[in-house]
Design a protein around this ligand. Structure first.
Ligand code: FAD
Length: 317
């Protein structure tokens, strides 16, 4: 079922959902299930599964370093299928521009369609680790909006190199990313919102936001998006702080601000166990306020660990 239909069906009730990361190549999928199991009690209508970009690894061959391109956490679509099958829940694979040609994307979408996956999240992806800026893959897309257009074309039976007469057209519901504190490369929040509007005009059905720790930023973002004519659901994505290092890491990687009260509370912690508790309590307060404001879904970035998300969901849902 489409995310937008889940939201309609909920008739104003805030839904619970979360995002997971595929295991590192070669690791057992059981650990993933062990972290999903405790969250199923909160009835998520959908679970997102991220896609990682390819990266270079250096292999020592008799003293000479061989540079190889690899994907450390493959298996997004397979994991989506296995979770859907095991838990009878909708899954949302993240589909990236970076690292994929348009043809590879088409085949991935065909696989998703055959597997009964109704939703996809269309993203550009970040720059590769050793690159400063995002470089489009040869034969791939430059921006998420181009990917949204490809998916919409496929929904109409227009494949890359042929138009197919079919009684079994895909009808993907498309999610895209939004940034309450603007995307790190965007010159201004307004220009970033214009780009978001382009994605919605191209056929995106809903938006999931980057994490934020100050709800006011989300509320202002939603108001600004509405004023610009963006009328699809904007799902807040949030995450509890878990370790002290997040104070530096999250602003550095995502260019987001942390409220001073949260910084002070984390700074005052002697151990990461205490930090985890502060993170959970902050996220509970954020969640309660967002729920009271009537957000359609509270979407949690679990980073593969469920204990803190469960502690939050127990107090909120
Ligand atoms: P875009 O919408 O293409 O925007 C990228 C930048 O380009 C923005 O600054 C925008 O303002 C600008 N822009 C857009 N269109 C144009 C244009 N036509 N001309 C000039 N500038 C333009 N990354 C992963 O690798 N894997 C994941 O699974 C993943 N999941 C995510 C889930 C969510 C909810 C979010 C918020 C992010 C996720 N990301 C993921 C990170 C995402 O890939 C990065 O933030 C990436 O840098 C931007 O992706 P985008 O889809 O927002 O890009």
């Amino acid at each position: 079922m489409k995310i937008t239909d889940h939201i309609k069906k909920a008739k104003g009730k805030t839904l619970f959902s979360f995002e997971i990361i595929p295991p590192v190549k070669g690791k057992n999928i059981q650990e993933l299930y062990d972290n999903i199991d405790p969250l199923m009690e909160f009835d998520p209508p959908f679970i997102d599964v991220t896609t990682s970009r390819e990266e270079y690894v250096y292999i020592d061959r008799d003293g000479l370093l061989d540079k190889k391109l690899t994907r450390m956490r493959p298996g997004t679509v397979g994991i989506c299928a296995s979770i859907k099958h095991k838990y009878d829940v909708d899954t949302v694979p993240h589909v990236l521009c970076g690292g994929f040609t348009k043809e590879e994307t088409e085949y991935l979408l065909v696989d998703c369609h055959y597997l009964g996956i109704d939703n996809v999240m269309a993203l550009r992806g970040d720059a590769m680790r050793e690159e400063k800026y995002f470089k489009p893959t040869q034969g791939g897309h430059s921006y998420a909006v181009d990917l949204v257009r490809q998916i919409q074309d496929l929904n109409c039976g227009n494949y890359l190199h042929d138009t197919v007469e079919t009684d079994n057209c895909a009808d993907f519901c498309i999610g895209v990313a939004g940034y309450p504190e603007k995307h790190l490369e965007a010159p201004s929040l307004k220009s970033d919102l214009k780009r978001l509007k382009e994605k919605v005009d191209a056929g995106a059905d809903y938006v999931v936001t980057q994490m934020f720790f100050d709800n006011q930023k989300y509320f202002e973002f939603v108001d600004a998006a509405k004023a610009m004519g963006i009328d699809v659901p904007i799902i807040p994505g949030i995450k509890p702080i878990a370790v002290k290092r997040h104070l530096q890491l999250l602003p550095q990687v995502f260019r987001i601000d942390l409220p001073q009260d949260l910084v002070d509370a984390v700074d005052a912690c002697a151990t990461n166990k205490e930090v985890r508790q502060v993170g959970v309590e902050w996220c509970i307060q954020q969640s309660k306020e967002l729920k009271d404001a009537g957000v359609p879904v509270l979407h949690y970035y679990s980073m593969g660990k469920s204990d803190n998300i469960r502690a939050i969901a127990e107090k909120v849902f």
